[in-house]
Ligand binder design. Structure first.
Ligand SMILES: [Zn+2]
Length: 432
């Protein structure tokens, strides 16, 4: 017997055995309980890296454990091998995308086998293979027949360097992940799926997810983006076209304090013509917005920014004159690309049921509101005050009805109404 572990010889011996005996091949067996272990298919971008090894080892442990528990385990492997990276790599290396892709797949298959992962290799799929993608085509045709696939002009990330569309994930700090060119937006005809037809169903079924964190459910709700509302048209002063907005709260029309346009809104060029004193700032703002993805623009942790257009709209309900701004958190693909913003006070009332992040969002938005710039809130809790002390420079912490903590003068008591600056969140004074 050899004293040294000869991995090359021993592993080769067993890999050959597994190749012929197929210990992990799985067949339908109605007497056994089923268990499906599926890890994310690798993208055949080259060789495996340690991230793959970590990921697939974890899945393999689960598969083996479940087999030992007597389950009939389906544990397949495949390659997510269609897409832009293959085309781009092919351009870069000047080889056909098919050759590049299949070479990588074969390389990675060898490595996965060397790792001894317990896959049923007879069930391997490659999404770039016609035997696989004919099903995608079949499904697409069914969608198309049912009116669920349609063509629409939409904005995409466009790299002028690679002359190609980029996924949001390929845009890093506004630049192309690969060639570092500044990424712009381009309007292209795209195939879209009409997932909105299923919004009700998706939303309703979120209630069937017990144990899911409320935060995640809210994120899903926002992502599904189902909104029932009305389109309302505002007149724009000195402009012949009306500005149509989509609102989920037509009852808040009375409180509209400003309007916001998406940076891609088609009126912008007309509304802020060459020579307008607002033109330069607007151009710069739009240019910056174009170098961000929609995910970045809408991110909850991104400070809300905006730029004034110099234009005003007329509230159709009460004739109020409200300023029009452009802000990157408004997307052209949602509603009409224009929104109205109700009074901060109104918003705050509604927000009392919501979380602090949302309140922060509104506070940050309030930078654009001329008035009101404060909100009246009731103090619900405070540290004890000192009777008779009127010093305003001695402060203590109080909690207001929104759950936010504010530094207030020592004489403020529970149950009092105080004014809070919506821009800074600071105490302004007792409510009059
Ligand atoms: Zn590029």
């Amino acid at each position: 017997m050899e004293n040294k572990y000869n991995h090359a010889a021993i592993e080769k011996k067993w890999q050959d055995v597994w190749e012929t005996t197929k210990p992990d091949k799985v067949e339908v067996d109605h007497d056994k309980k089923k268990y499906y272990v599926l890890e994310m298919f690798p993208y055949p971008s080259g060789k495996l890296h340690m991230g793959h090894v970590r990921n697939y080892s974890i899945g393999d442990v689960v598969a083996r454990f479940k087999r030992m528990q007597g389950y009939n385990v389906l544990h397949p492997m495949g390659f997510d091998s269609f897409g832009l990276p293959a085309e781009n790599a092919a351009i870069q290396h000047n080889i056909p995308p098919a050759k590049w892709t299949w070479d990588n797949i074969h390389e990675m298959e060898v490595q996965l086998r060397q790792l001894g992962l317990s896959y049923d290799w007879d069930r391997e799929v490659q999404t770039c293979d016609p035997s696989y993608y004919k099903w995608m085509q079949y499904i697409f045709i069914q969608f198309y027949k049912k009116g669920l696939a349609y063509k629409k002009e939409t904005q995409v990330n466009w790299c002028p360097g690679c002359q190609t569309v980029l996924a949001n994930e390929q845009v890093v700090d506004g630049k192309c992940e690969r060639c570092k060119s500044l990424v712009g937006k381009k309007t292209l005809s795209q195939w879209c799926f009409k997932i909105t037809d299923y919004a009700d169903k998706l939303l309703e079924d979120l209630d069937n997810l017990p144990g899911w964190p409320e935060k995640v459910k809210i994120m899903q709700k926002n992502w599904i983006g189902k909104s029932t509302g009305a389109e309302v048209t505002f007149e724009i002063q000195g402009y012949d076209k009306g500005l149509t907005v989509f609102t989920t709260r037509p009852d808040t029309l009375f409180g509209t304090t400003f309007m916001v346009l998406a940076p891609e809104h088609p009126y912008i060029d007309d509304l802020i013509p060459e020579g307008s004193e607002y033109r330069a700032a607007v151009e710069k703002y739009i240019d910056d917005a174009q170098h961000m993805t929609e995910i970045e623009r809408g991110a909850a942790n991104k400070p809300k920014t905006g730029v004034f257009t110099g234009r005003y709209a007329v509230d159709p309900v009460n004739g109020a004159i409200v300023p029009i701004y452009i802000a990157d958190y408004v997307m052209m693909g949602y509603g009409t690309g224009a929104i109205m913003q109700e009074q901060v006070e109104e918003a705050m009332k509604w927000l009392r049921e919501n979380d602090e992040a949302t309140i922060k969002f509104y506070k940050e938005q309030a930078f654009m509101v001329e008035a009101p710039n404060f909100v009246d809130l009731v103090v619900t809790e405070t540290e004890p005050g000192v009777k008779g002390d009127t010093a305003t420079n001695v402060t203590k912490t109080a909690t207001v009805e929104t759950g936010t903590d504010v530094q207030v003068p020592i004489f403020i008591e529970e149950g009092e109404r105080i004014q809070i600056d919506t821009r800074t969140g600071e105490y302004l004074g007792r409510s009059k």
